[in-house]
Design a binder for this molecule. Structure first.
Ligand SMILES: Cc1ncc(COP(=O)(O)O)c(C=O)c1O
Length: 399
């Protein structure tokens, strides 16, 4: 908790840069990435060789990634969204087949269920963590449930073991116990159950987009799985489906991206350590403000703090939360994200799936969450300034 004196001192050191809630580059790039990209380009300036299809840096990056996560396979793709689609296509959903998805989410998972002919079923989230709630999932399982699809929200792992246990209790479903698929777009490098995120369930899909914990030149994704069948399918359909007689298009990662990915992956634990140092400092500095809840970290998780997700108290939901975000922007000079209100708030086709499956916690969180900026390269003075600004603004907003 900051004293008034500490708040005033921290506010005098206004950051030189205007931080945003989700910085445009979530990672840090150095000379090593530039050199790796140059080397990969130079290696391709050969008429016999070119940039190749599945060239060595892609194989090396996949092996390094699988080794890092602890899975048998890692399959590189051009971004997380197509990776999700590939896994969803593998399920061969039939009309009426259901997939349970949390609404506090990016649109990628639910829109993929929708696009692959499945029925989206909303599973509400746990208020403290924003993660898919196993108890609500159990309530919503029907004989048509094919998959449970949590997102590792904002860098924290979903309670995957509990979700797997729920699935295992329902072998009566049309195709047997539902599979668990995880969207780890925001959680690369996070930990769960003594290991890294990405091991549990049928498959996990990561994003290597520019804003994420590491990036392969702005776009990229990775599917991790222990399933030989899914790995064979994914490798085939990311390149037009040859060998598995399935529809596919081109969803490959380039050799230059993979070369940079190898360098970024080696730095990932360092980036996570920096995010965690700032987050823990922030937990301390923001403690004792009754109107603000800081993110929680369950004992079996190592939060990667892709985002630092705060909540205002329920009484401040809506208007007061908005006022706080606006003040932090206009008076204190940094932007906060709202990650994420229920996706059905903004997409009619998804809202149309909502009628029979109420998710009141997600609806509340949509009006209480706010994510002040965090980044591995953020100076500690900027971190203190952000906390002081939140404390100061909250004080002004009190009646
Ligand atoms: C939770 C989540 N899932 C999926 C995606 C899609 O990732 P990509 O841009 O790599 O396709 C994002 C991207 O922001 C995301 O935040």
């Amino acid at each position: 908790m900051m004293t008034r004196k500490e708040i005033d001192a921290a506010l005098k050191k206004r950051p030189s840069k205007r931080w945003s809630g989700e910085p445009g580059l979530g990672s840090v790039y150095g000379e090593e990435e530039i050199q790796a990209a140059l080397d990969a380009v130079k290696d391709s300036m050969n008429y016999e060789k070119g940039f190749g299809f599945t060239s060595q840096p892609i194989v090396d990056f996949e092996n390094a990634f699988a080794n890092y996560v602890g899975t048998k396979h890692a399959i590189a793709v051009n971004s997380c969204g197509p990776g999700i689609d590939i896994v969803m296509r593998f399920l061969k959903l039939e009309p009426g087949d259901e997939v349970i998805v949390p609404p506090c989410n990016f649109i990628a998972a639910p829109i993929s269920v929708y696009g692959n002919g499945g029925q989206v079923v909303w599973g509400d989230v746990i208020k403290e963590t924003l993660e898919l709630d196993p108890a609500d999932v159990e309530r919503k399982i029907t004989p048509r449930t094919r998959a449970i699809f949590p997102v590792h929200m904002n860098g924290l792992s979903a309670p995957v073991n509990e979700l797997l246990a729920v699935a295992a209790r329902h072998p009566e479903c049309r195709c047997g116990a539902p599979v668990v698929i995880c969207d780890a777009a925001r959680a690369c490098g996070g930990g769960y159950d003594g290991g890294k995120i990405g091991k549990a369930g049928l498959a996990t899909i990561f994003s290597l987009h520019t804003m994420k914990n590491i990036t392969t030149l702005g776009e990229g994704g990775m599917i991790t799985t222990d399933s030989d069948e899914l790995a064979t399918y994914a490798r085939a359909v990311r390149m037009y489906g040859g060998g598995v007689e399935a529809w596919g298009t081109s969803n490959v990662m380039t050799k230059v991206q993979a070369a940079v990915g190898i360098v970024q992956l080696a730095k990932l634990d360092g980036f996570i350590a920096d995010r965690r140092r700032l987050a823990k400092q922030r937990d301390e500095l923001l403690s004792g403000i009754p109107e603000i809840r800081t993110p929680v970290e369950p004992a079996d998780c190592v939060h990667s703090y892709y985002l630092y997700t705060c909540q205002v108290i329920d009484e401040w939901a809506g208007e007061k939360r908005e006022k706080l975000i606006e003040m932090l922007d206009t008076e204190y000079g940094f932007r906060c994200g709202r990650a994420n209100p229920p996706v059905y708030w903004g997409r009619k086709q998804l809202a149309d799936c909502t009628d029979c499956t109420k998710t009141p916690i997600s609806d509340l969180l949509g009006n209480t969450i706010f994510c002040p900026p965090i980044h591995p390269a953020m100076p500690e003075d900027d971190n203190r300034y952000i906390c002081a600004a939140i404390a100061d603004a909250v004080e002004k907003l009190r009646d």
